[in-house]
Design a protein around this ligand. Structure first.
Ligand SMILES: [Zn+2]
Ligand SMILES: [Zn+2]
Length: 162
């Protein structure tokens, strides 16, 4: 959780602004792990709320759809969202606490989901896993070939192993 004090903006006139730089280490955003979150985040008082603008670099740990191994995925989160001052209402998902604190992580988490590829690959030529034996073909050869030896040839296979 990251808490930013936006209380000075509550009573401010539209157009007034607070700027911060996020520089966070490893974070768990519910179901997403990131190695860092870095970049400028700016809050501008607008009519009825606060406009958040951010450009945050991050490295997300995601799973390759082919080999199921986790790998780091770098992306830049471009955020432009209005947050409310009171309770959430239609179109306003995020709000300040009564004391004027704001945690940008849920908003950034949502933006990470938007940025992630539908079918992440650890590398373009990922060989995936063998559906039969489960071997990660990037790391090891498939073992199925030896197991699928024709039983009639089994004695020969035995012989060749010696
Ligand atoms: Zn892979
Ligand atoms: Zn196999």
């Amino acid at each position: 959780m990251v808490q930013i004090d936006l209380s000075p903006l509550i009573g401010a006139r539209p157009g007034e602004r607070l700027s911060f730089t996020l520089d966070e280490g490893p974070q768990h955003l519910d179901d997403i792990s990131v190695a860092f979150l870095r970049g400028p985040i700016q809050f501008t008082r607008v009519q009825g709320g606060i406009l958040v603008e951010a450009r945050v670099e991050t490295r997300v740990e995601i799973e390759c759809v082919r080999c199921l191994e986790p790998f780091p995925y770098d992306t830049v989160l471009e955020v432009e969202e209005t947050i409310g001052l009171g309770r959430p209402r239609p179109g306003i998902t995020y709000t300040l606490t009564e004391e004027g604190w704001f945690d940008p992580l849920p908003l950034l988490r949502e933006q990470i989901w938007v940025n992630l590829p539908m079918k992440p690959l650890c590398r373009l030529d990922c060989k995936g896993i063998c559906p039969e034996c489960g071997a990660n073909l990037n790391l090891e050869p498939c073992r199925c070939a030896e197991e699928r030896v024709d039983p009639r040839l089994a004695p020969l296979a035995q012989f060749l192993k010696k």
